[in-house]
Design a protein around this ligand. Structure first.
Ligand SMILES: Cc1cc2nc3c(=O)[nH]c(=O)nc-3n(C[C@H](O)[C@H](O)[C@H](O)COP(=O)(O)OP(=O)(O)OC[C@H]3O[C@@H](n4cnc5c(N)ncnc54)[C@H](O)[C@@H]3O)c2cc1C
Length: 449
């Protein structure tokens, strides 16, 4: 790819919070920016669970990167997957959709690729228990959740019906807690009067976690309030529980005393762990950078990789001072990376990165959330009001904000969830539910030519 004039070239890998804020910080800077993402959109991950449970459409929580950056004349957006870098030649290696490989040269590189779901060495669980990181994941979960109620409605066998009405969630962090609350809420409110053969309120939601309490990082007080609110909603909490197996029928769980219990569940969802994507390992190998246990790249106080002042790592994939993987860290590190380049191109030195902790929030159910901001803690309705303002404030684009507020109004006042459409592929674990089951293979028969 050609260099545009004599300007320095900045390549940003990833258009999540970190990459987007870096690009915004470079608006009108005397540099040529290329933002590469394998998705065409910027995604507001904190509201994925609302897309998965039918409150918001995918268009309300995501916006095309090209549209967001249309007024940033010095920013070029490229849809491609980055596979690695050549740190000596300063080239980013990518695969375009369709498979062609190409390279982009850089003078500065900002790595903002986020993290992926980790199954703690059990990637085989992913087929049965989708995680929630992308729009695709949210749509798979939507299909599995609403599909499970449909499967239960038409089941003639009581055991099968009970299995479809059992939902298991692995991981009691914000995402697991939010999903658990939403599934109970849609069972007891939105779907309550829609079925003729099942009572959706019978749906059991089981929440498993190896720790002592849900939302433990919020501190004992808010964690206890969250646990009480979940209990009131009817979420069955199984703490100190390690999931040891997941298959098409449910999951097996080891309790604190070592006993293993098998739970039948038609839907299992995984929100437990994170791991850096493979491209992080490729970048670490090319630069000699260290990675932490989750594969995140370790950086110095100016977010650069030691020995590579031209490469900065930002957001979830960065490892620095145990900063959490939250949107606020991603935004602040992205902004810092962009501003650092601005300073350097103006001949000024940048100060080290400093994080300003603005707190964290988790939604429990209609009118209930927990929020922790410094020494201030909110739970119940006050927490929910603060949650509402934070999320409206940070959604990308005025249309999305207005649309989300309207959808919330219907969901909160009339129990309406308008975004329930799903396709029938994969409702049952791996095939189109209307497809004929595959013919049994005769013993000893060879493979088809
Ligand atoms: C379900 C969920 C709920 C959350 N809730 C909250 C919350 O309530 N509050 C909060 O503060 N935080 C929350 N978070 C965390 C927050 O969303 C992340 O911290 C934040 O998105 C990280 O931003 P990022 O830019 O580092 O990565 P991401 O937002 O993940 O963006 C990474 C980008 O890189 C792209 N990419 C990845 N690999 C490649 C590649 N090889 N080539 C090209 N492009 C690539 C991806 O397509 C993506 O666009 C939540 C996260 C999830 C998943």
């Amino acid at each position: 790819m050609s260099d545009q004039g004599s300007q320095r070239r900045v390549v940003i890998i990833g258009g999540g919070f970190a990459g987007l804020f870096a690009a915004r910080a470079l608006r009108r800077a005397p540099v040529q920016v290329t933002l590469i993402d394998r998705a065409e959109h910027h995604l507001f991950q904190p509201l994925l669970y609302q897309c998965a449970t039918g409150i918001l459409s995918e268009g309300k929580i995501a916006a095309p990167l090209r549209a967001i950056l249309r007024k940033h004349r010095n920013v070029d957006f490229i849809l491609a997957e980055v596979t690695g870098i050549d740190a000596e030649r300063r080239q980013v290696q990518v695969i375009r959709p369709g498979g062609e490989r190409t390279e982009f040269g850089y003078d500065y590189l900002i790595v903002a690729v986020g993290v992926a779901q980790s199954y703690f060495g059990h990637d085989e669980f992913a087929v049965y228990a989708p995680g929630m990181k992308t729009i695709e994941d949210a749509l798979v979960i939507r299909r599995r959740v609403f599909g499970a109620f449909e499967m239960a409605e038409s089941a003639t066998d009581l055991a099968e019906r009970t299995r479809w009405l059992t939902f298991a969630l692995v991981g009691a962090g914000p995402t697991g807690v939010e999903l658990a609350g939403q599934i109970r809420e849609l069972a007891t409110k939105t779907l309550r009067t829609e079925y003729r053969h099942i009572n959706p309120e019978d749906a059991r939601v089981l929440l498993f976690d190896g720790g002592a309490a849900p939302l433990a990082p919020f501190g004992p007080k808010l964690s206890a309030k969250a646990s009480a609110a979940l209990g009131k909603l009817g979420v069955e909490q199984h703490m100190h529980s390690i999931v040891t197996g997941i298959d098409g029928t449910g999951l097996s769980v080891r309790a604190e005393d070592g006993s293993v219990t098998q739970y039948e569940a038609g839907t299992v969802l995984w929100t437990a762990g994170i791991a850096a994507p493979p491209v992080a390992a490729a970048i670490a190998q090319a630069t000699g950078a260290k990675q932490d246990r989750a594969g995140r790249i370790e950086v110095g106080p100016d977010l650069t990789i030691p020995g590579h002042p031209e490469i900065m790592v930002t957001g979830d994939v960065m490892s620095l001072n145990k900063l959490p993987g939250v949107a606020e860290v991603a935004m602040q590190t992205g902004l810092y990376a962009g501003r650092r380049i601005r300073h350097e191109t103006a001949g000024r030195a940048a100060k080290p990165f400093r994080y300003y902790d603005l707190g964290s929030a988790a939604y429990l159910s209609r009118g209930r959330a927990v929020v922790s901001v410094g020494k201030l803690q909110f739970a119940g309705f006050p927490g929910w009001v603060v949650w509402l303002f934070i999320h409206v404030g940070f959604l990308t684009g005025y249309r999305n904000r207005f649309g989300a507020v309207l959808s919330w109004w219907f969901a909160f006042t009339r129990d309406l969830r308008r975004e329930r459409t799903f396709t029938t592929k994969q409702v049952g674990i791996m095939q189109d539910i209307y497809a004929e089951p595959p013919a049994p293979t005769a013993p000893g028969a060879g493979a088809e030519p």
